[in-house]
Ligand binder design. Structure first.
Ligand SMILES: Cc1ncc(COP(=O)(O)O)c(C=O)c1O
Length: 371
């Protein structure tokens, strides 16, 4: 009988994927983690042109210099991060970036602080690197925001890194500047690394985004194109870190993927250099949908924090498994909170990356649930 490695046996496939298997034609899917908008045409055009011009071969491992230049300029001007093109690795999505960071930074005996609730990959990537995930409980009291105090309480002599995510999946919380600065100071004082997943940076309705890299050098910044430019299928993102960290991460990247797709790199370059109207349009649409979904859920008597960013709400529903089952019986897919951590058994995640009309219909259906 096949015996998988202990590393792989220790993790499960994401609960979100399992939900998709239950979808029928009439189901409204509020489980999706990707924008429902089309990739802007100028980006698609750039990708097509790159193929026509024969740009269909390997690139250098870190990614084409034009793209790394554009990324480094963005990080310097928009995020106030001290960086340069040599400190950037272009990756196959933020997913690869997270895996690469964990493999390069942590090992057995190390602890990695992760948000709970938090994106599904954090726990799995830490486990695959044979380190110990230490969940930090986030609750409604601070609108699910990570705070410097909560981090401080969970630091131990074995803390090697923390993974942070603002705006956050699954709660949409956006961290305050004082907490970003405070956690950066804690990382410097205690000598641990910050892995900052900033993939929802541009999808923000209230407050402002701050990068940890502005306040500390011990930061690996992860950002990408999937969410901001509706480019999930292009599989393209990047890391920025000090050169010594970057050179170690590059080993994982090289042996895992060699390089990101050449075509996607050209598309990403166009995304950064081209017009940004599509981003503004998408965010203003998301905001309308957020107001609709939060309003409707509250009208049903469901406790729901109004998220400041991303495109998810994380309402309190009591027993999430019962609620998920009833929602499905009424033709709506929502994701149980425990997919995002042990602490979240009484919540569900609903994505509003689907049309206004779909959300209205989904809320009409959920209104029928008695619980
Ligand atoms: C918080 C977070 N990080 C990373 C990812 C992965 O993004 P990518 O498509 O760039 O691999 C996702 C996707 O849902 C996410 O929600």
């Amino acid at each position: 009988m096949f015996k998988p490695s202990r590393r792989v046996s220790a993790i499960d496939l994401s609960g979100i994927r399992k939900m998709f298997e239950l979808i029928t034609e009439d189901t409204i899917n509020l489980g999706l983690g990707e924008p429902d908008f089309d990739t802007p045409p100028h980006i698609v055009e750039a990708a097509k042109n790159s193929m026509d011009e024969g740009f269909t071969h390997y690139t250098v491992n870190k990614g084409i210099i034009e793209l790394r230049d554009a990324i480094s300029n963005k990080l310097i001007t928009e995020n106030r991060i001290k960086t340069d093109p040599e400190s950037i690795i272009v990756t196959v999505g933020a997913s690869e970036a997270l895996y690469m960071c964990c493999q390069a930074l942590v090992e057995s005996g190390d602890e990695v602080l992760i948000p709970d609730p938090g994106f599904v990959s954090y726990h799995a990537c830490v486990k695959l690197a044979e380190a110990k995930p230490v969940p930090i409980k986030l609750g409604e009291d601070y609108d699910f925001r990570m705070t410097a105090e909560a981090v401080n309480e969970n630091i131990s002599p074995n803390t090697k890194a923390i993974i942070l995510n603002s705006p956050a999946n699954p709660t949409g919380s956006v961290m305050k500047k004082r907490d970003v600065r405070g956690i950066a100071e804690l990382a410097d004082d205690h000598g641990f690394y910050i892995i900052s997943d900033e993939i929802y940076e541009k999808i923000i309705y209230q407050g402002q985004h701050y990068s940890f890299g502005e306040f500390s050098d011990n930061v690996i910044t992860i950002n990408g194109f999937s969410k901001t430019y509706a480019m999930t299928g292009f599989r393209i993102a990047y890391t920025a870190a000090k050169t010594d960290i970057t050179e170690e991460m590059l080993k994982i990247h090289q042996y895992n993927t060699a390089c990101a797709s050449s075509i996607s790199q050209i598309a990403a370059l166009e995304a950064l250099n081209g017009p940004q109207e599509s981003v503004k349009h998408m965010v203003s649409e998301f905001k309308k949908r957020r107001d609709l979904i939060v309003g409707r859920l509250r009208d049903m008597g469901i406790k729901c924090v109004k998220p400041a960013g991303a495109f998810y709400v994380f309402p309190y529903v009591g027993d999430a498994d019962i609620y998920v089952k009833k929602a499905l019986e009424n033709g709506v897919v929502v994701v149980p909170g425990h997919s995002f951590g042990e602490n979240s058994k009484e919540h569900v995640r609903m994505s509003y990356a689907t049309s206004y009309e779909n959300i209205e219909e989904a809320m009409d259906r959920l209104e029928q649930i008695e619980y």
